[in-house]
Design a protein around this ligand. Sequence first.
Ligand SMILES: Nc1ncnc2c1ncn2[C@@H]1O[C@H](COP(=O)(O)OP(=O)(O)O)[C@@H](O)[C@H]1O
Ligand SMILES: [Mg+2]
Length: 266
Amino acid sequence: MKKTILSAKNVQKTFSDNGVQVHVLSNVNAEIYAGDFTVIMGASGSGKSTLLYALSGMDKATAGEVLFYGEEDAPVDLTTLKETKLAALRVRDFGFVFQQMHLVSNLTLFENVAVTGYLDKRKSASETRAKAEELLDRVGLKEVKTHLPARVSGGEQQRCAIVRAVINSPTLLFADEPTGALNRNNTKEVLNLLTELNDGGQSIVMVTHDIKAALRANRLLYLEDGNIVGELELTKYGETDAGGEKIQSDKAREAQVNAWLESLDW
Ligand SMILES: Nc1ncnc2c1ncn2[C@@H]1O[C@H](COP(=O)(O)OP(=O)(O)O)[C@@H](O)[C@H]1O
Ligand SMILES: [Mg+2]
């Protein structure tokens, strides 16, 4: 049995645009499970980012519940949680990666990561610095960690942004089109890093409209007209059998995801 981390119940989001009500999420019901690499797909403008912001407590749903099952016995509802508690929860339990990396331009890569670590009072400053060093080293940024973001490639910036997002060992890592601004090589590096993190147990929820990125998921959700209208369960990306053979070839996986997307009029 998979453990639920997040549970969205009848989530609605309405924006008021010059007095006109725009219903972006009409009635979203979705479960996010521990250990999964969940991908949310859907046409441009279907509300994927809006849903991700509602799930991560960055923005409040207009109606419905977003239940987070953390360390406490009972789940907390992000839609009614006090702002101070929500802010603390976001520091400890959620990491977020954006399409535009949003690194602080006048801080080095190392400082970008460390500053987020300092917000988490469970670690001392020296523990945070050691962890930042270790993570930057692990993702191949050791040589460039004292550079400002503008001096490194987009892929390096995004890997740094991912390290920043996981420095506090979040329960859940959210990513909104993290490869959307990257070229092929950098995309692959970033997807490999996300896959590696998930293999190490990191739960991930990623929005993408890139099929290559979607193939990394073991669970896919499809958003249309503000509702989840499709779900697909896959094996873990690259999972092997006892003999070390891939359970599913990349080609077969792509065909399976494409067939699913076609059935949804993607
Ligand atoms: N703050 C906002 N005010 C008004 N409308 C918004 C706002 N944010 C998003 N929308 C609208 O909600 C719809 C979904 O947006 P979004 O969640 O960004 O879609 P996606 O990420 O799937 O492309 C779009 O039509 C967009 O114009
Ligand atoms: Mg979006």
